[in-house]
Write a protein that binds this ligand. Structure first.
Ligand code: IMP
Ligand code: MG
Length: 179
Protein backbone atom coordinates (compact mmCIF):
# COMPACT_ATOMS: atom_id res chain seq x y z
CA UNK A 1 0.00 0.00 0.00
CA UNK A 2 2.52 2.66 1.05
CA UNK A 3 4.93 1.25 -1.57
CA UNK A 4 3.02 3.09 -4.28
CA UNK A 5 4.39 6.41 -2.94
CA UNK A 6 8.00 5.35 -3.52
CA UNK A 7 9.68 6.47 -6.71
CA UNK A 8 13.03 4.70 -6.33
CA UNK A 9 14.74 2.37 -3.88
CA UNK A 10 18.15 3.57 -2.69
CA UNK A 11 19.13 0.83 -0.27
CA UNK A 12 17.33 -2.49 -0.31
CA UNK A 13 16.43 -4.49 2.76
CA UNK A 14 19.23 -6.96 1.95
CA UNK A 15 21.90 -4.28 1.46
CA UNK A 16 20.92 -2.64 4.74
CA UNK A 17 20.98 -5.90 6.70
CA UNK A 18 24.42 -6.78 5.34
CA UNK A 19 25.87 -3.37 6.16
CA UNK A 20 24.31 -3.33 9.65
CA UNK A 21 25.97 -6.68 10.40
CA UNK A 22 29.32 -5.27 9.30
CA UNK A 23 28.90 -2.21 11.53
CA UNK A 24 27.91 -4.45 14.44
CA UNK A 25 31.01 -6.58 13.96
CA UNK A 26 33.22 -3.49 13.85
CA UNK A 27 31.70 -2.05 17.03
CA UNK A 28 31.95 -5.45 18.76
CA UNK A 29 35.69 -5.51 18.06
CA UNK A 30 36.28 -1.88 19.11
CA UNK A 31 34.24 -2.13 22.32
CA UNK A 32 34.93 -5.71 23.43
CA UNK A 33 36.41 -4.53 26.75
CA UNK A 34 34.57 -1.20 27.12
CA UNK A 35 30.92 -2.00 28.03
CA UNK A 36 29.53 0.90 25.95
CA UNK A 37 26.28 2.80 26.38
CA UNK A 38 24.44 3.03 23.08
CA UNK A 39 22.41 6.22 22.96
CA UNK A 40 19.76 6.18 20.27
CA UNK A 41 18.38 9.45 18.98
CA UNK A 42 14.62 9.05 18.67
CA UNK A 43 12.59 8.58 16.73
CA UNK A 44 14.58 8.01 13.55
CA UNK A 45 17.01 5.55 15.15
CA UNK A 46 14.50 2.99 16.30
CA UNK A 47 14.68 0.50 13.43
CA UNK A 48 18.43 0.80 12.87
CA UNK A 49 19.11 0.60 16.61
CA UNK A 50 17.02 -2.54 17.02
CA UNK A 51 18.90 -4.29 14.21
CA UNK A 52 22.35 -2.94 15.09
CA UNK A 53 22.25 -3.79 18.80
CA UNK A 54 21.45 -7.40 17.95
CA UNK A 55 24.64 -7.52 15.87
CA UNK A 56 26.80 -6.23 18.73
CA UNK A 57 28.53 -8.84 20.86
CA UNK A 58 29.58 -6.77 23.90
CA UNK A 59 28.11 -5.85 27.29
CA UNK A 60 26.26 -2.89 25.84
CA UNK A 61 23.63 -0.84 27.64
CA UNK A 62 20.85 0.92 25.75
CA UNK A 63 19.43 4.37 26.34
CA UNK A 64 17.56 6.94 24.29
CA UNK A 65 17.28 10.65 23.80
CA UNK A 66 14.59 12.46 21.90
CA UNK A 67 15.37 15.69 20.11
CA UNK A 68 13.53 17.68 17.55
CA UNK A 69 15.08 19.71 14.79
CA UNK A 70 12.77 19.32 11.85
CA UNK A 71 9.24 20.58 11.40
CA UNK A 72 6.86 18.53 9.34
CA UNK A 73 8.79 19.21 6.16
CA UNK A 74 12.11 18.43 4.59
CA UNK A 75 14.26 21.36 5.74
CA UNK A 76 15.81 22.02 9.14
CA UNK A 77 14.77 24.91 11.34
CA UNK A 78 18.21 24.96 12.99
CA UNK A 79 16.83 24.88 16.53
CA UNK A 80 17.53 21.77 18.63
CA UNK A 81 15.11 20.84 21.38
CA UNK A 82 15.79 18.10 23.98
CA UNK A 83 12.48 16.31 24.53
CA UNK A 84 13.76 13.32 26.44
CA UNK A 85 17.06 13.08 28.25
CA UNK A 86 19.10 10.02 29.27
CA UNK A 87 17.92 7.82 32.12
CA UNK A 88 21.41 7.11 33.48
CA UNK A 89 24.64 8.86 34.29
CA UNK A 90 27.31 8.59 31.59
CA UNK A 91 30.28 9.92 33.57
CA UNK A 92 33.39 7.85 32.75
CA UNK A 93 31.39 5.69 30.37
CA UNK A 94 32.00 4.98 26.69
CA UNK A 95 29.09 6.42 24.72
CA UNK A 96 28.11 5.63 21.15
CA UNK A 97 25.42 7.89 19.73
CA UNK A 98 23.23 6.04 17.23
CA UNK A 99 21.56 8.17 14.55
CA UNK A 100 19.56 7.47 11.44
CA UNK A 101 21.11 10.19 9.29
CA UNK A 102 23.79 12.85 9.58
CA UNK A 103 22.58 15.71 7.41
CA UNK A 104 23.43 19.32 8.32
CA UNK A 105 25.06 17.94 11.47
CA UNK A 106 23.29 20.55 13.62
CA UNK A 107 21.51 17.93 15.74
CA UNK A 108 24.54 15.76 16.40
CA UNK A 109 26.98 18.53 17.09
CA UNK A 110 24.56 19.99 19.63
CA UNK A 111 23.98 16.57 21.19
CA UNK A 112 27.66 15.69 21.32
CA UNK A 113 28.50 18.93 23.16
CA UNK A 114 25.52 18.45 25.46
CA UNK A 115 26.68 14.94 26.44
CA UNK A 116 30.34 15.92 26.57
CA UNK A 117 29.53 18.18 29.55
CA UNK A 118 28.72 15.03 31.56
CA UNK A 119 32.32 13.85 31.27
CA UNK A 120 31.98 10.51 29.53
CA UNK A 121 35.18 8.52 28.92
CA UNK A 122 34.53 8.82 25.18
CA UNK A 123 31.83 9.67 22.66
CA UNK A 124 31.62 8.20 19.19
CA UNK A 125 28.95 8.57 16.57
CA UNK A 126 27.40 5.80 14.51
CA UNK A 127 25.03 6.83 11.74
CA UNK A 128 23.31 4.61 9.22
CA UNK A 129 23.38 7.34 6.58
CA UNK A 130 25.66 10.26 5.89
CA UNK A 131 24.68 13.13 3.61
CA UNK A 132 27.96 15.10 3.50
CA UNK A 133 26.77 17.50 0.79
CA UNK A 134 24.54 19.32 3.28
CA UNK A 135 26.90 19.58 6.24
CA UNK A 136 26.82 22.89 8.15
CA UNK A 137 28.30 21.89 11.50
CA UNK A 138 31.88 20.68 11.91
CA UNK A 139 31.14 17.05 12.65
CA UNK A 140 31.69 13.61 11.14
CA UNK A 141 30.65 10.12 12.19
CA UNK A 142 33.01 7.37 13.38
CA UNK A 143 30.84 4.59 11.95
CA UNK A 144 28.86 5.18 8.74
CA UNK A 145 26.54 2.70 7.08
CA UNK A 146 26.15 4.39 3.72
CA UNK A 147 26.96 7.71 2.18
CA UNK A 148 23.81 8.98 0.52
CA UNK A 149 22.97 11.50 -2.17
CA UNK A 150 21.54 14.92 -1.47
CA UNK A 151 17.93 13.86 -1.69
CA UNK A 152 15.22 13.51 0.93
CA UNK A 153 14.85 9.81 1.69
CA UNK A 154 12.44 7.76 3.77
CA UNK A 155 12.10 4.30 5.27
CA UNK A 156 13.90 2.12 7.83
CA UNK A 157 13.11 4.66 10.56
CA UNK A 158 13.32 7.82 8.42
CA UNK A 159 10.10 9.75 8.02
CA UNK A 160 8.41 12.29 5.89
CA UNK A 161 5.81 14.08 8.05
CA UNK A 162 6.03 11.12 10.51
CA UNK A 163 5.15 8.55 7.88
CA UNK A 164 7.10 5.84 6.00
CA UNK A 165 9.29 4.92 9.01
CA UNK A 166 7.97 1.37 8.76
CA UNK A 167 9.34 0.60 5.29
CA UNK A 168 12.05 -2.06 5.50
CA UNK A 169 14.16 -0.36 2.80
CA UNK A 170 15.23 3.21 2.05
CA UNK A 171 13.90 5.12 -0.91
CA UNK A 172 12.78 8.42 -2.39
CA UNK A 173 9.17 9.50 -2.53
CA UNK A 174 7.41 10.52 -5.71
CA UNK A 175 7.56 14.30 -6.10
CA UNK A 176 3.78 14.74 -5.84
CA UNK A 177 3.84 13.35 -2.26
CA UNK A 178 5.86 16.33 -1.02
CA UNK A 179 3.15 18.81 -1.96
P1 IMP B 1 20.68 17.38 10.90
O1 IMP B 1 20.63 18.10 12.20
O2 IMP B 1 20.45 18.32 9.74
O3 IMP B 1 21.93 16.55 10.70
O4 IMP B 1 19.39 16.47 10.83
C1 IMP B 1 19.30 15.27 11.39
C2 IMP B 1 17.87 14.80 11.43
O5 IMP B 1 17.09 15.31 10.35
C3 IMP B 1 17.85 13.30 11.26
O6 IMP B 1 17.97 12.65 12.47
C4 IMP B 1 16.52 13.07 10.56
O7 IMP B 1 15.49 12.90 11.52
C5 IMP B 1 16.26 14.32 9.77
N1 IMP B 1 16.62 14.14 8.34
C6 IMP B 1 17.67 14.65 7.67
N2 IMP B 1 17.69 14.28 6.39
C7 IMP B 1 16.62 13.47 6.22
C8 IMP B 1 16.09 12.72 5.09
O8 IMP B 1 16.62 12.70 3.97
N3 IMP B 1 14.96 12.01 5.35
C9 IMP B 1 14.35 11.96 6.57
N4 IMP B 1 14.81 12.63 7.64
C10 IMP B 1 15.92 13.38 7.47
MG1 MG C 1 12.85 13.09 11.23
Amino acid sequence: MIEKDIERIYFSKEEIQKRVQELGAEISRDYADKDPILVGVLKGCFVFMADLTRCIDAYAEIDFMAVSTYGNGTTTTGAVNIRKDLSYDIENRHVIIIEDILDSGVTLSYLRNYLMNRKPASIKICTLLDKPARRKADISADYVGFECPNEFIVGYGLDYAEKYRNLDYIGVLKPEIYQ
